[in-house]
Design a protein. Structure first.
Length: 302
């Protein structure tokens, strides 16, 4: 069996175009070798056993991306760290251009030809990505309402990419299909939520008729010492609610810190409700019951 021709060093650790490889002397036979995959027409990459991340798939497509194209919609949000809908939802690769330039038409890519506008894309790790404000509006066409709110919570609270006014201005300027729905979503956005689960918990409690909490409120003792930052704080009734994803359930030191922190909170006269993942399943009624009972114990009445 003839020995396989090694790839040039510059092509070993990244996807590359067929044209680039041919210019470096690789033959069509070598480009069809079993150690390479064809993620998109005209592109080759090293074959790896594990599933690729969204960023890795976008890097494969970027090899053939035209200068006027950029990643848009939910792809742009995900690449900028904005939370996306939960499993089993799978983020697809969206690539857009502005008229009159052409969008891609390729299997595995959702192409968009957007109305004529000045470019606003940003560069994220070398990839051209639609500005987060525009991408959030674009995702509004297909995402569920709670996922849009959670994404906006993140954008205005955990990043410096945009403000609530920026999101609102984009909707007013662009108008069009879905703008009214997105404006309604902005009414429920609260800066400060640190995870989509926290946002979902807040929304579920509010829709159940419970009072609106303060988000990530800092509890201090009588001397002003920081005691804890509570995901959701119902100050009037001294009740806190927190989502616990159980990321540290096997970490003894983290578990001990959590127990000590909860004791500190209770010493300040507060009741802390810990909401676990299974409490949020379905319509979240289990989470509502836990928080409602705590509030009622502290004197709240519907």
């Amino acid at each position: 069996m003839p020995r396989r021709v090694p790839l040039p060093p510059d092509l070993v650790s990244r996807p590359f175009s067929v044209g680039e490889a041919t210019a470096l002397g690789l033959t069509p036979g070598r480009l069809d070798g079993p150690d390479l995959v064809i993620p998109f027409r005209g592109v080759r990459d090293r074959r790896v056993p594990e599933p690729l991340t969204l960023e890795q798939r976008c890097r494969q497509y970027a090899v053939r991306m035209k200068p006027w194209q950029f990643f848009s919609h939910e792809t742009a949000l995900a690449l900028q760290g904005v939370p996306v809908p939960r499993h089993p939802y799978v983020v697809r690769i969206h690539v857009a251009s502005h008229r009159p330039q052409r969008e891609p038409r390729l299997i595995g890519v959702v192409g968009h030809r957007l109305q004529t506008r000045d470019d606003a894309w940003v560069e994220v790790s070398g990839l051209r990505v639609e500005h987060v404000v525009r991408a959030w509006r674009q995702a509004g066409m297909t995402w569920p309402m709670d996922d849009l709110i959670a994404a906006a919570d993140h954008i205005v609270g955990r990043t410096t990419l945009a403000s609530l006014d920026d999101l609102r201005t984009e909707l007013i300027v662009m108008k069009g299909r879905g703008a009214r729905r997105l404006l309604r979503a902005l009414d429920d956005v609260r800066a400060g939520s640190e995870s989509p689960e926290e946002s979902r918990l807040r929304l579920i409690l509010g829709r159940a008729g419970l009072p609106e909490p303060e988000v990530n409120w800092v509890l201090r003792d009588e001397n002003g010492r920081h005691v804890a930052r509570l995901d959701l704080a119902f100050r009037k009734w001294r009740v806190g609610a927190e989502y616990d994803g159980r990321h540290h359930e096997l970490d003894e030191r983290q578990f001990a810190r959590d127990v000590d922190r909860e004791a500190d909170v209770r010493r300040q006269g507060w009741e802390l409700v810990r909401v676990l993942r299974h409490h949020l399943r379905g319509d979240g009624r289990a989470a509502v019951r836990l928080v409602r009972e705590a509030l009622e114990r502290r004197g709240w009445r519907p």
